[in-house]
Design a protein around this ligand. Structure first.
Ligand code: BGC
Length: 796
């Protein structure tokens, strides 16, 4: 399969790849955009995900404004969950602020009622704006052009904007633009069970699903020219308000409200070649907004009032994006295709996080689709956090804030499972309580992740320590960080059981979800060991450096001064198995006895296919892994193992890994590069970088693989760029692929950005921001950076 970038290449089209609608590049700014050429209903749901616009507060899928049969539209507001009418809590498919219809001479302009002559959409990654340009054929041969622009503002995260322009290309016509906010939204629940071969066309794909209702309308009306739709989530009782203003020059305006929607209609008499325009501004407020006190309705109205015009809002949005890109960009000189993929990944990361809200996190599909129901996994701390930590530290801090905000829920999870302290849920939503279902959506398979995938609690501790190490933010570490570390350390001590002289962790599941009910998963045990020691070390530092704060914290969580010594003692006794003869870390007790099933078949991307007879639910007895487990451990704690051990274990486990999670390839790429396997690493990097642009997992329509996007950034910066932040400080050991000329990106280190421009034979660095010089290590040698001075280092 071609990559998205290659699909636009005229040569590849001329060679007849047969695609009619592809993600592709913008001819002028190929690395800053993703383009859809032509209308293909089979690809429409894919583009809905790819073209999501957002700002971390909300995300809106890239559906056509007028929708199409088979559309899967959605607006998702971070933190707005509801459990009514569905067995598992959902991130609510919120009122649709795009909702529009356009008529020319009574004909509805949509992909089924009118002929699509041209269709092109382009997502501008630099400014977060989706542009659309469709030419429809009308009866009698006339044509009408529909152009739109939309964005969810990053300058004002409560604001969304849509511009609609209609041109009668060759005749005079009567144009009607109807646009509003539609509160009649439902979440997909599950597909009824059909005989196995049942296949639905794009137009039936979603309409057979059971659907959950989460919203009731509590008011829809206009005050003068401004409309407000108010809805409430049924179970969680959250109030949402959407305010709407609309302007259109020279038309006749009508407005209307129904019980769950508001809309404005504009009627224009349009001359041949003439264009009419309607601008729509939407303000959003919810009752869960962090620190908000005034009623939602008032706040939503204020938002549209202060936005001014579409053009003012667009300029402010653009300026806010420009500021974000200064530190976030990562580009490759000599490989535009990879640069586009990196920017696409970064774009989706930037629209996933809200640095101003420490009560929400990022779900497995961010705010781009209903996949995984918006639930939050370990993905955030292990895959996503490094990107934010090194480019947007405020967003990283906010993401950690969510875990403190949900600490009461984590205490409940621990109590429900018979221990004290706090245990984080495998799948978390608004409260931190466990939301992970027990069965697959078709009810056929039981899975045990909610009971057994305990390692997430240590992963969160890991993220806290990493955040503090990179930022130097001791106020956080000794505040919310310490509270989480101590409460979770208490959980581990109680969860361990005695086995002779050792402590063991029985009946768990490591990151490799093909194996459940295992004892002493090496990843979990080692991370817990590390976590317990780090918690004790933070306690010891606080008793020297922040006695008062420690005293208050101990009083508030009832911590006995003898407990931290117990954490260290438990860490020392926790079993961490490694084969003494060959040095391979046994993934869990008895893993070496599982049936060795060789991987003998690979797909077009060079990724393994499951051997015939096996499905992801019956690999328990085999040596096959879903995703890195020991290799993930080597990635997270590289300093704990020698290079020889890392190489040996990478080679051993890489041969057994099926990569059935999109988290897997990027981690293999990074560890592969560290142990010198750069050829395999490049293949894994490709797989990760194009997971959504190429839809190489086949389910992009359900939402972006946001962990993979972040993994892609990590491969570029930490893998090829060789970035590491450890006890000696910030290191760069670049080793670029032969086809790349230079790799450019920034990393924040202790509050200040360092720009890196890395080549094969040299590397350049610049430290920004005022303050003392900073020492970094480049290719093993110390280098001192003075603010504002570019330093060039020659490769050894
Ligand atoms: C993976 C998990 C991941 C989850 C959400 C699963 O398929 O195995 O590691 O947390 O997807 O992305």
């Amino acid at each position: 399969m071609h990559s998205a970038y290659m699909q636009t290449n005229p040569a590849s089209r001329a060679s007849g790849d047969g695609e009619t609608a592809n993600a592709a590049t913008h001819p002028r700014e190929p690395t800053w955009s993703v383009v859809e050429h032509g209308w293909n209903p089979q690809r429409a749901n894919y583009f809905e995900t790819i073209f999501t616009v957002g700002n971390g507060r909300l995300g809106t899928r890239g559906s056509l404004e007028e929708r199409h049969t088979g559309a899967l539209p959605g607006t998702f507001i971070a933190g707005v969950y509801d459990a009514y009418d569905s067995p598992v809590i959902d991130l609510v498919n919120a009122p649709d602020w795009l909702d529009s219809e356009i008529f020319v001479d009574g004909l509805r302009l949509d992909t089924e009622s009118a002929q699509v002559i041209e269709h092109r959409r382009s997502l501008d990654l630099r400014s977060g704006v989706l542009h659309r340009d469709t030419v429809f054929g009308l009866p009698g041969g006339a044509r009408a052009r529909l152009r739109t622009e939309r964005f969810a503002s990053t300058a004002d995260r409560d604001l969304c904007c849509l511009r609609i322009e209609v041109t009668c290309l060759d005749h005079a016509g009567a144009v009607t633009v109807r646009t509003g906010i539609d509160g009649n939204r439902r979440n997909l629940e599950r597909l009824p069970t059909y005989r196995e071969q049942t296949a639905f066309g794009h137009e039936r794909k979603w309409d057979k699903w059971a659907k959950s209702t989460h919203l009731v309308s509590v008011g829809a009306r206009f005050d003068g020219a401004v409309g407000v739709l108010e809805s409430r989530t049924i179970d969680s009782g959250l109030d949402l308000a959407f305010a709407l203003t609309c302007s259109g020059e020279g038309g006749r305006r009508h407005q209307r409200s129904r019980h769950d929607g508001i809309e404005v209609q504009w009627h224009f008499d349009v001359g041949p070649g003439e264009t009419v325009r309607v601008d729509k501004l939407v303000g959003l407020a919810t009752s869960r907004d962090h620190l908000a006190v005034r009623p939602e309705r008032e706040r939503a109205l204020d938002t549209v009032a202060r936005a001014g015009s579409f053009d003012t809002a667009a300029a402010a949005n653009r300026a806010a994006w420009d500021r974000q890109w200064v530190d976030a960009d990562c580009s490759v000189v000599g490989d535009d295709r990879v640069t586009q993929a990196l920017r696409f990944a970064i774009y989706h990361l930037l629209i996933a996080a809200n640095p101003d809200d420490p009560t929400v996190s990022i779900g497995a599909k961010a705010l781009s689709g209903e996949g995984y129901r918006g639930h939050v996994f370990w993905d955030t701390e292990v895959m996503l956090l490094p990107f934010f930590l090194f480019t947007q530290p405020r967003a990283a801090r906010a993401l950690l804030g969510y875990r403190h905000h949900t600490l009461p829920g984590a205490r409940e999870v621990a109590a429900d499972n018979g221990t004290g302290g706090a245990r984080f849920a495998w799948e978390s939503a608004d409260t931190g309580r466990e939301e992970c279902p027990r069965y697959t959506p078709d009810g056929k398979e039981r899975f045990y992740t909610r009971e057994e995938e305990l390692h997430i609690t240590a992963d969160i501790a890991y993220a806290i320590i990493r955040y503090a190490a990179v930022t130097g933010d001791d106020d956080y570490l000794f505040g919310q960080g310490a509270e989480i570390l101590f409460e979770t350390a208490r959980f581990w001590v109680q969860r361990c059981t005695e086995d002779g002289d050792s402590l063991v962790l029985r009946t768990v599941m490591g990151p490799d979800e093909f194996h459940s009910h295992v004892d002493n998963n090496a990843f979990t045990n080692k991370l817990v060991h590390w976590h317990l020691r780090q918690a004790a070390a933070v306690y010891e530092r606080m008793s020297r450096e922040r006695r008062e704060r420690l005293h208050d914290l101990m009083a508030s969580i009832g911590l006995d001064p003898s407990e931290p010594a117990g954490w260290r003692a438990a860490a020392d006794r926790l079993r961490a198995p490694t084969d003494p003869d060959c040095g391979v870390i046994e993934q869990f007790d008895g893993y070496f006895d599982r049936t060795v099933v060789p991987i003998v078949d690979w797909d077009a991307h060079g990724m393994p296919r499951l051997p015939v007879r096996y499905s992801p639910f019956d690999c328990e007895a085999t040596s096959l892994l879903k995703q890195p487990d020991v290799v993930m451990l080597l990635h997270m704690l590289p300093d704990e193992y020698s290079m020889a051990t890392r190489r040996l274990n990478y080679e051993f486990y890489e041969q057994r890994t099926m990569h059935k999670s999109s988290l897997s390839p990027s981690i293999h790429a990074i560890v592969g590069l560290q142990v010198g396997d750069s050829r395999t690493a490049q293949r894994y990097f490709e797989r990760s970088a194009f997971v959504d642009l190429d839809d190489n997992q086949g389910n992009t329509e359900e939402g972006i693989h946001i962990a993979s996007a972040a993994g892609t950034w990590q491969v570029a910066t930490h893998g090829f760029g060789g970035v590491r932040a450890d006890a000696d400080g910030l290191r760069f050991t670049p080793a670029l692929p032969g086809s790349w000329q230079r790799l450019r990106f920034s990393v924040h280190w202790r509050g200040r950005p360092v720009r890196a421009d890395l080549g094969h034979r040299d590397a350049r660095f610049e430290l920004l921001g005022a303050g003392p010089p900073v020492r970094i290590i480049v290719w093993g040698e110390p280098v001192t950076l003075e603010p504002g001075v570019v330093v060039e280092v020659a490769a050894p």
